[in-house]
Structures are given as C-alpha cells and as structure tokens.
Write a protein that binds this ligand. Structure first.
Ligand SMILES: Cc1ncc(COP(=O)(O)O)c(C=O)c1O
Length: 362
C-alpha cells in the first residue's frame, strides 16, 4: 500500500470550524439566526455597487484596495497606509498568525474566545493558551496571567462572540500596559457598532501611538456583507509591511471592494441596522428571561441564552428548528447548555419569543 501524503504535524489535531447551520430539512425558507448576520441584509448602496461591479468581474481587483482604503481611512480618521484588508477579518487573523507564529510560540485568548483565532495558530504549530472566563468575560488580569516568553499574540474581542460581553476602554488600556512590547494585542471589534455601553471605546485611538496593537473590523455585521468576505485591520506600519509580504495579492474581490466602499458611505443603512438591534436586544432579553432562562447581557447583535443543562438546550434547539428557526448551538465553545440567537427582524424575533414561550410551557 502506498503511504498517503501526511499533512504537517498538528493539522489533523485541529477540529474543523463548524459554521452556523443554514438549513432545516423540509423547510424552504428557515429563519437563519445562527451566524450573527445583519437581519436587514445589505444596504441599497452596497447592492447597487455590487450590481455595477458586474461589468468589471473579468478584471483583477486592485490588490491595494485603494478606493476602499481611502474610504475607510476617511470614515474613521485613520492613516490609509496602516490598513490591511482581508477576505473577512478572519483572513486578517490568519495573516497575523502566519506572519508572527512559529512552532512552539503561543497565542492567548479567552476561554470562550472566537474560534477563528485558534485554527490558524494551530496550523502554524503554535499553542493556544486560554484564560479562564468564570464571569463569561476575558479580563486583562486573566489574559495577562497566560502570557509567557513564547506568547506572540493576545486576542481579545470586544464585544465578544459568543458571550456578548465587552471590555471597557480602561480594561483594554490595562491589558496593553501589561503586555511586553514584542507581543501583539489584537482587539477584534467585529460588533463595535452595536455597543451602547458608555465605558466601551474603540481601540483605534489607543492603537494610533502603539507599536503592537492591531484593531480589526468587519463588513459582515453592521454592513450586511458577510457573503462578500471583507474585513480590515488597523495596525502599525511595520506590521502592515510584514503581512503584505505574504498576503495573496488579490485577496478581496472586485464586487467585494466596490460594495464595501459604497457601504461605508451608507449611514442610513448603518443606522437602521443599529436601531433594529437596539430595539430588539432588550425586548428579546426580557422576554426570554421571563420564560425562566438566563440571558447574558449582550453588547453585540445576538444574545446568549443559558438553559438548565445541555439536554434542555438541545431540546430547545430542536423545538426552534421545528418552528423553522435556526439558532447556534455553542457546544464547540464549551457552552453546551447555551444557545446563541442573532437579533432578527421584528417577525423573526417574535417567532423566537413565541417558540421559546411554548417550549418553556412544556
Ligand atoms: C468576534 C468575531 N470576530 C470576527 C468575525 C469574523 O468576521 P469576518 O466575517 O469579517 O471574517 C466574527 C464572525 O462571526 C466574530 O464573531
């Protein structure tokens, strides 16, 4: 028997990422509330730009993402040359890991930290060190306690998925102050636009004068462009230049670049998306709590609901499925007794409330 080619050490130890479920057998149009997408979809301006891009899809994209770069830089008041664009912010994490990690290094993140950070770290034969989150939040102290002389990157998402918790501006500052200068702090702000807490702050300002902070954002949430895969990082120039050496030259597509550039200028759609979440996040939370289930305070466009045990969470999941509703089981995050539910449209949220009310009533 010829031997089959063996992947690099560690690759087969990686549990494949399982995305939010998107289908229920026998249900033509399920309500998909499993991936924290934008319930309103993409805005009109982004859609029009996408359609207009059709005439250019035979051309390679601008590998520098020039127009999008300028639009993002102007919108947030950032230096354009300090931006890295990726095929989703997921690719920015993968590029950071690929650029900075070698065998035996490690990354640090919270116990319930977003799984994408870990996969490419393991692919680079690095270790993943997880800080305990007894209060379902990654604190600066717990993260710093994991840092050792092989730590190269600390990942924190604020707001965090799947817990919905966030770090205050003061906590992020404390975390940064506690890190050695040669360790990169990645602050993942995928859900930034949905935060209303007054003590949260974007880390763009802190990153401006730091040599080791990368702040990431995505077009997949507030802009409703998850299917086009665009995210970016704001990083020190030296990090941008290092990453650019290995970034695939045409990593973001022509329609993706054009739609994202239009989306940045579509304030009305951003506001409508925020309003929907601000209206329904508290209503959904109150209603579900009223049925006797625990709901974690959320700063994102989703809520995490805790049931009595894993069995009850699985039964609730099945019941929601039977009503055509798909939510996210989060056993892969070590939370088998929880379900994560994306804030949907009014009709979808009412359907979730009705279904959980019936489920609670037995
Ligand atoms: C915390 C967090 N960061 C990043 C992302 C990924 O974003 P993107 O679609 O830009 O890869 C997600 C997606 O769900 C997320 O929850």
């Amino acid at each position: 028997m010829p031997q089959s080619p063996a992947p690099k050490p560690g690759i087969l130890d990686i549990a494949p990422y399982v995305g939010g479920k998107s289908a229920i057998a026998g249900v033509a149009e399920p309500m998909k509330l499993s991936s924290n997408e934008n319930a309103l979809g993409a805005g009109e301006k982004a859609r029009a730009a996408y359609e207009a891009a059709l005439k250019n899809i035979h051309l390679y994209p601008d590998g520098r993402a020039g127009k999008l770069r300028d639009a993002v830089a102007e919108h947030y008041g950032l230096e354009p040359e300090r931006l890295i664009f990726g095929n989703g912010s997921d690719e920015v994490f993968a590029l950071l890991n690929q650029t900075y990690l070698t065998a035996g290094d490690n990354i640090v993140s919270g116990q319930y930290g977003f799984l994408a950070y870990r996969i490419s770290a393991l692919a680079n034969q690095a270790q993943v060190k997880l800080a305990p989150e007894p209060e379902f939040k990654a604190t600066p102290e717990a993260l710093l306690a994991q840092v050792d002389d092989r730590t190269r990157i600390v990942y924190v998402s604020s707001p965090a998925n799947p817990t919905g918790s966030y770090n205050t501006a003061e906590e992020i500052r404390r975390l940064h102050e506690g890190l050695p200068a040669d360790v990169i702090l990645v602050v993942d702000e995928a859900y930034a636009e949905f935060v209303i807490a007054p003590d949260w702050e974007t880390s763009f300002g802190l990153a401006r004068d730091a040599s080791n902070i990368v702040v990431t954002r995505t077009f997949s949430k507030i802009h409703g462009l998850g299917g086009l895969r665009i995210g970016f990082g704001y990083a020190p120039l030296a990090i941008c230049e290092a990453i650019d050496r290995i970034r695939l030259p045409f990593n973001v597509s022509v329609p993706g670049l054009d739609a994202a550039t239009a989306a940045i200028g579509d304030e009305a759609h951003q506001q409508a998306s925020r309003d929907l979440v601000e209206t329904w996040r508290p209503r959904l939370t109150q209603a579900i709590k009223g049925f006797g289930f625990e709901v974690f305070p959320s700063a994102g466009n989703f809520v995490l609901v805790r049931f009595k045990d894993a069995g009850q969470a699985a039964a609730a999941n099945d019941y929601l499925n039977s009503k055509g509703i798909i939510v996210r089981a989060v056993g892969g995050y070590g939370l088998p007794d929880c379900l994560r539910i994306t804030i949907g449209t009014e009709d979808q949220n009412r359907a979730v409330i009705d279904a959980l009310s019936e489920f609670a009533a037995g």
